[in-house]
Design a protein around this ligand. Structure first.
Ligand SMILES: C[S@@+](CC[C@H](N)C(=O)[O-])C[C@H]1O[C@@H](n2cnc3c(N)ncnc32)[C@H](O)[C@@H]1O
Length: 266
């Protein structure tokens, strides 16, 4: 599905395409050298998974979005630059919001697994599972987490999780909800509540919503990075969706003015 681009966005896409030869090495990690990410992702893809329409859009100037292997190959170098002032700090703050005694943790929309690894490294006696709808992201996450024994990844839609009710002590989602339309965000939050154990904690890290600074940041990022659902994210509130899904103790901690860590209890 193609997005209608503004002249600025079209200019960025043209620049990226015509400068691909020298940009690609800057945006690609060496860990993927000599690895056929397409074939490896296709091998682990669950054939029962179907893709919702919203997911088949272009995201971040990548044709086909997360269903293009290039999304997985370029994600980490770009994210490291975008997550100001320091990605490691933000990942650690998110992991620190999970109860220290959690033994089973699920990370929704785990992408290449950077947040998932931060959780598994912090909670060494927990079993941590990452779920993502892109088989290429899942493959990248597996490759990058090889040194950790308490982590695993699966290809699944977080709107229809392949887990029993009451399975996890804690569930996280980092940078997921600004990428989904509101109806999908609500489905995912309801699924998170279903598979959480009673009193389990849900932790959501993403951009701030609602105030003028958040809107400015969101508008810049949706113009520059082609974020198809940033407008919906900025005009809504994840805390309301958590309440609507039945969570209690719904709270938000602003982080460095442009991010928020939201927490809720089943
Ligand atoms: C911006 S990335 C965030 C990745 C990672 N959590 C992080 O913090 O870097 C959003 C991720 O959400 C995934 N995603 C979007 N919709 C999803 C869904 N319905 N189920 C599972 N993953 C989904 C995308 O494939 C992508 O990897």
């Amino acid at each position: 599905m193609k997005l209608a681009l503004s002249p600025l966005q079209q200019g960025i896409v043209n620049f990226l395409q015509s400068n691909e030869t020298w940009l690609r090495p800057l945006l690609t990690e060496r860990i993927f050298d000599g690895v056929d990410v397409q074939a490896e992702g296709d091998k682990l893809a669950n054939p029962a998974v179907t893709y919702p329409d919203y997911y088949k859009q272009d995201f971040h100037s990548v044709d086909g979005g997360y269903l293009n292997k290039d999304a997985a190959i370029t994600y980490d170098p770009i994210t490291k630059q975008i997550l100001v002032p320091n990605e490691t700090f933000l990942r650690d703050e998110t992991a620190a919001a999970i109860p220290a005694d959690a033994k089973t943790v699920l990370d929704l929309g785990c992408g290449t697994g950077t947040a998932t690894r931060a959780i598994a490294s912090r909670l060494t006696s927990a079993q941590v599972t990452g779920v993502d709808l892109s088989p290429y992201m899942v493959f990248a996450a597996q490759l990058k987490a090889k040194s950790l024994s308490n982590i695993s990844f699966i290809h699944a839609n977080a709107e229809i999780l392949p887990f029993d009710d009451n399975s996890f002590d804690a569930i996280t989602a980092s940078l997921l909800f600004h990428e989904t339309p509101l109806h999908a965000a609500l489905n995912i939050i309801k699924e998170a509540r279903r598979v959480l154990k009673p009193n389990g904690k849900f932790v959501v890290f993403d951009g701030a919503q609602g105030d003028a600074l958040a809107k400015l940041g969101g508008n810049i990022s949706s113009s520059l990075f082609l974020e198809p659902y940033a407008d919906q994210f900025l005009s809504s509130n994840i805390l309301d969706l958590m309440r609507e899904a039945g969570f209690s103790k719904v709270e938000s901690r602003p982080l460095l003015m442009i991010y928020e860590i939201r927490t809720a209890t089943k």
